[in-house]
Unconditional design. Structure first.
Lengths: 338, 507
């Protein structure tokens, strides 16, 4: 039981890490086409250049951890969301190779093509991640063997689409704040002027999403009665997001970025606390749900994995922080740049 | 059935495409460590220049490797959900370990390797290069461990849920359709799983294959520059590093290949019999050098050396190698069909064989290419020793250099053929003698969905491959930085065959 709980938290941390880190990469992609000058676009690409690849590893490792710790949940979700996940994969591929190939040629059509690929790949990835999250939150129909019992069209329900849009706006806001931190001069001023709008758009979408949750998610009423204290965590998340303009006003760009990260962490925590102990909630037929008990590997495997995590994670954190430290400060274009 | 074929085709296609790149990254990674190490030790700027040029090639292979690698992890869940449920307790931990130990290491230090030349000192940069290289190797370790467990499962037991309580099934339990969803493989001993009977020898074989892929790429591009008379100092130094590395890797690979074949003989006799096209169990089992297998007629055509296979398998010319007609064993079949007559057992036996000719051809292709590469490096090393390698206007040297330019395809084809042998040879099993490939599919994914994604991947990967070749060619044409004047490149191989000053022509 304890090991299952630990792994619920660890998998949550890995996906939260992914959302925070690749979130700003995808957000930069979402804003890419709104910046017109070629040099500015290169600045955007190179602001995430050294780190996007490491950030995507959080998704790979999160997926691996889910596979190892909760194979039933991994198998059910990945096979159930087949087509959306295939499109997600292709989107992530285009995002990645666009960064690599875009600046390799001077031709206008070439750069334009990769700029579009980068932006569309990023937006679509963010949207599909949001749609998947939306379906998990809402619950998907599972049969007695824990197999997904719906269709692709069921996955594109309005609630999950709202969640998808909210995610795109969240990442765009987060990415804009990251760019402000990494750039200077005219480009920085321009993106900085977008941030309040993006925060507003996100909060509006987040508000709609929450209202919609009360309408569409059947088990929410019981949940609110039982776990009223989740509101404290959720409110804290919103307050942290609202802190961002304040930090900007005082010229503390790094703090603004940290606020954005912390806000996202609180939102994920809100989700985790309200979802526990489910891994995949089944709606209808809640009795077919996957929980941290019936979706899990044996405690022996969970124990082995915990040792692996304890050995690996401190080292990973140490050098990830070192690399962010080495590449701190404003992005500069050089001959090694994209 | 169609879903099975499509799902297998998709996995095969996506893994084949992916597997072009990681071996190059692993082999180039070692080359980078050597070059940058020499630079650090000698301070010779030529080696600095080399490290920077080959890093750019490395970056390209790495980027596509990462982009296509994430597909593989998803596919276990999307296309092989039943497999994932069955083996998640074991297979998942190897995959998660790969993420934590390998991918973070690689991708973290990659930033320093690519963008850190002016940000950190040479020693720290060298350290980053070593870490990226190490990470790439760790990745190979965990993924080959996971795959080897599918070849030779160990350190596990099967269990099923009875009234919510796990109940251990006896060893040798034959998994039936009714078991799927309730029976799963569960870990007993982590180290027995990691060090399963085939993992060490297969890992060695895979890593040497990767080294060869990287080394021959360095050799190929350097030989091209020598033929063209461009970047001569750079090309000579790179060729020396590449050729030395390729020679060592290729010779070790011959040894490793023979150890792997011994392992297959011991662990997977059906696969061995298919690789060699052996149907009848006979004394002095011959080895077929090349040929064609007719499974219906149970015959293998082509030149044979009597007794050689017996000798390679058992170190004795007489002891027979068990043929497919006795494999899998009667006891194994009896366990699954307790009431069948001997005639019925013989009837059902071929359904436990892989596609024999396909395995035979893949294996022989690998052997033929491997042997050719050995011949090429031995000749090239001899030329180097005699000092002929640098006489780039001399016809035999030019011919050798042309061979070296094209030799880059050798390890790539051999690596693919080797994996075909390993994976096709394991069929009809996905986990050897435990779970059938046909039992492992996602139940909720339809043939049309797989067809759609397969077409999608085919289009995207075709585009990616074109981009890869285009960009690689561009980088090669651009050449290393701060060198002699750049010149126009010839547009035909005919022009390349001509020495620049026109003193010697072979066409």
């Amino acid at each position: 039981m304890d090991l299952n709980l630990i792994w619920f938290v660890l998998v949550g941390i890995l996906f939260t890490g992914y959302a925070i880190l690749d979130g700003f990469d995808l957000g930069v992609g979402a804003l890419h086409l709104f910046v017109k000058k070629d040099e500015d676009r290169r600045m955007l690409l190179n602001s995430i250049g050294p780190v996007w690849d490491g950030n995507e590893v959080w998704l790979v490792t999160g997926g691996g951890a889910l596979f190892a710790a909760f194979p039933e949940a991994y198998a059910t979700v990945f096979s159930g969301f087949y087509l959306p996940f295939m499109v997600l994969l292709v989107s992530l591929i285009f995002r990645a190779v666009a960064i690599e190939f875009r600046s390799k040629e001077e031709w206008k059509w070439w750069r334009q093509m990769w700029d579009v690929a980068f932006a569309v790949g990023s937006v679509l990835s963010a949207f599909l991640i949001g749609v998947a999250m939306g379906n998990i939150v809402r619950g998907i129909p599972l049969d007695a063997d824990h197999e997904f019992a719906g269709s692709v069209l069921d996955l594109l329900n309005p609630y999950s689409v709202v969640m998808g849009v909210t995610t795109v706006l969240l990442f765009a806001m987060h990415g804009a704040i990251y760019i402000v931190m990494k750039t200077e001069g005219e480009l920085q001023a321009k993106i900085r002027s977008w941030v309040p709008t993006l925060i507003g758009l996100f909060l509006a979408a987040y508000f709609v999403f929450n209202i919609y949750t009360f309408i569409d998610v059947t088990r929410i009423i019981d949940l609110v009665r039982e776990r009223w204290w989740i509101f404290i965590v959720a409110t804290a998340g919103i307050l942290i997001i609202l802190n961002i303009p304040r930090e900007f006003a005082r010229g503390r760009e790094f703090n603004a970025f940290l606020s954005s990260c912390a806000g996202m962490a609180f939102m994920m925590m809100t989700f985790g606390l309200s979802y526990f102990p489910y891994m995949v909630y089944s709606d209808p037929h809640p009795e077919n749900s996957l929980t941290i008990i019936n979706a899990a590997s044996t405690s022996k495997t969970l124990g082995i994995m915990l040792i692996i995590a304890c050995l690996g994670i401190p080292v990973v954190l140490a050098y990830t922080l070192s690399i962010y430290y080495i590449f701190r400060g404003k992005t500069k274009l050089s001959s090694h740049s994209y | 059935m169609t879903t099975e074929i499509l799902a297998r085709a998709q996995f095969a296609f996506t893994i084949m495409f992916h597997y072009i790149y990681p071996p190059l990254s692993i082999g180039l990674g070692v080359s980078l460590v050597i070059m940058e190490g020499i630079w650090l030790k000698t301070g010779n700027p030529l080696f600095h220049n080399m490290a920077r040029f080959w890093t750019r090639i490395f970056a390209l292979t790495f980027a596509i490797g990462v982009a296509t690698g994430i597909v593989m992890e998803f596919e276990f869940g999307t296309n092989w959900a039943t497999y994932s449920r069955f083996v998640g307790d074991i297979f998942g931990s190897a995959l998660a370990a790969e993420g934590i130990f390998a991918f973070f290491l690689e991708s973290g230090f990659l930033a320093l390797l690519l963008f850190g030349w002016n940000k950190v000192g040479p020693r720290l940069h060298f350290f980053a290069t070593c870490m990226v290289c190490l990470g790439a190797h760790f990745s190979a370790v965990w993924i080959v461990v996971a795959n080897s467990w599918m070849q030779t499962p160990a350190g596990y037991h099967l269990e099923t849920m009875v009234d919510g309580k796990p109940q251990i099934l006896p060893p040798g339990h034959a998994v039936t359709e009714a078991d799927l969803g309730s029976v799963r493989a569960v870990i007993d001993n982590f180290w027995a799983m990691v060090l399963n009977p085939s993992s060490v020898e297969r890992l060695t074989h895979v890593i040497l294959g990767c080294w060869m892929a990287g080394a021959f790429l360095v050799v190929s591009i350097s030989a091209y520059y020598l033929l063209r008379g461009r970047h001569l100092d750079f090309a000579r130094a790179s060729l020396k590093v590449g050729l030395a590395f390729a020679t060592v890797a290729t010779i070790l690979q011959v040894v490793s290949g023979s150890i792997s074949a011994d392992g297959v003989t011991r662990n997977q006799p059906v696969k061995l019999a298919a690789m060699e096209g052996v149907f009848e169990t006979r004394d002095y089992t011959p080895m077929t050098l090349f040929g064609w297998v007719d499974t219906d007629a149970q015959s293998t055509s082509g030149p044979k050396i009597p007794g050689l296979l017996s000798f390679l398998a058992h170190k004795d010319f007489k002891t027979p190698v068990t043929g497919l007609n006795d494999l899998p064993s009667d006891q194994f079949l009896r366990n699954r069909y307790p009431n069948a007559s001997p005639a019925e057992l013989a009837e059902v036996r071929p359904s436990y064989w892989p596609k024999v000719n396909a395995v035979f051809q893949a294996y022989h292709l690998m052997i033929i290419i491997g042997t050719s590469l050995l011949g090429i490096v031995v000749i090239a090393a001899f030329f180097w020793w005699r000092g002929w390698l640098w006489r780039t206007h001399w016809l035999p040297t030019r011919v050798l250099l042309i061979v070296l330019v094209f030799a880059v395809l050798g390890p790539q084809i051999a690596n693919q053929a080797g994996w075909f042998t390993a994976e096709l040879g394991r069929q009809p099993w996905i986990v050897y003698e435990l779970l059938k490939t046909s039992q492992a599919l996602s139940k909720v994914v339809t043939a049309n969905e797989v067809l759609a994604s397969l077409v999608l991947f085919a289009l995207v990967y075709l585009l990616l491959f074109a981009l890869f070749v285009y960009t690689l060619t561009r980088k090669i044409h651009h050449g290393p930085d701060s060198e002699e004047e750049s010149e126009e490149l010839p547009d035909s191989w005919k022009a390349i065959l001509r020495a620049d000053d026109g003193r010697s022509r072979i066409l």
